[in-house]
Design a protein around this ligand. Structure first.
Ligand code: C2E
Ligand code: CA
Ligand code: CA
Ligand code: CA
Length: 278
């Protein structure tokens, strides 16, 4: 038995150190990647369902790694969220997106752009100041930014998150809750944070209208948003039937491959210019 325990201990320490060295390698890779310009932002349109109008876009990060090729955000964001690395990424994203909005403004192109942040970002002192300073530096209106908050891991200090968010919403930055229905404490977030948009996770959207359970959940989420006086958005719309159904249940906004995949800034402008409401 003592041997077993030693073995357990051995397995545990190698796992931990493997975890730590993988984490360190990722950190070094991302830091270098940012310096070398391997990261860029893509944009996916957000559509008002009643009118078919494009009212904004979500900024999604893309990493072109010199040897691994395209690396999906799901492969590095969740790991980055465990360390200050997420802050480095968010700093890059904020600057990149705000610069882009500034450039689009000069071309008379006005859109609200949503940025994904982790609730952990908000626990870092100075995050809201960083955002507000960048907006100021690039002469972009605070209203042009929306923050999408996800919760991949539990937050101990929700009060501090709330304080940071209030600072931002008082400055007219809007906040939405992302992946609603799949996170750790979605309902509590909805209850306590200054949220103006609820994004229904794509797992409840994909199978609409055929999937009955998904349709109950999607409907409940839309009604919940209405009762709370906030708007709702369904993500992952891929078919016309799904879009029609969401319109029927009173969902306000939508996003998904049916309209467009996330596109580079230039491709996004080209798409937008020739877009005709569905
Ligand atoms: P998310 O915020 O839920 O983003 C939606 C994801 O669904 C995106 O994947 C998007 O490309 C994909 N998607 C959009 N429409 C459809 C559709 O109709 N069908 C299907 N099957 N998929 C669709 P992506 O870009 O790979 O991003 C994955 C996740 O990585 C995001 O999920 C978000 O949590 C995170 N992420 C992406 N960019 C950033 C970033 O700049 N910062 C942070 N903190 N997280 C990011
Ligand atoms: Ca999102
Ligand atoms: Ca989402
Ligand atoms: Ca997600």
């Amino acid at each position: 038995r003592a041997n077993d325990r030693m073995l357990d201990c051995f397995v545990y320490t190698t796992q931990v150190s493997e975890g730590i060295s993988a984490q360190l390698a990722l950190m070094a890779d991302v830091t270098k990647g940012i310096e070398r310009g391997e990261f860029q932002m893509h944009y996916q349109p957000k559509i008002e369902l009643k009118t078919g109008r494009v009212f904004g876009a979500e900024a999604l990060i893309r990493w072109h790694h010199p040897t691994r090729g395209w690396v999906r955000p799901d492969e590095f964001i969740p790991n980055a969220e465990h360390s200050t690395l997420i802050l480095k990424i968010s700093e890059f994203v904020l600057r990149e997106v705000i610069q882009q909005i500034h450039q689009w403004q000069q071309q008379q192109f006005q859109l609200q752009i949503a940025i994904n942040i982790s609730a952990h970002d908000l626990l870092q002192p100075g995050f809201s100041d960083l955002l507000l300073n960048l907006l100021n530096e690039y002469n972009v209106a605070n209203e042009a930014i929306e923050l999408e908050i996800t919760e991949g891991s539990l937050i101990d200090d929700l009060d501090q998150v709330i304080n940071e968010l209030l600072k931002l919403t008082e400055a007219n930055v809007s906040v939405s809750i992302d992946d609603f229905g799949t996170g750790y404490s979605s309902l509590q977030y909805l209850y306590r944070l200054p949220i103006s948009l609820l994004k229904v996770d794509q797992v409840f959207v994909k199978g609409l209208p055929a999937d009955e359970d998904a349709s109950h959940i999607a409907k409940a989420a839309v009604v919940l948003a209405q009762k709370l006086g906030i708007t709702s958005l369904a993500e992952g719309i891929e078919t016309q039937e799904c879009l029609d159904y969401l319109g029927q249940i009173g969902c306000d906004y939508g996003q998904g491959y049916l309209f467009s995949k996330p596109l580079s800034a230039d491709d996004f402008v080209a798409w937008y210019t020739s877009y005709e409401p569905i």
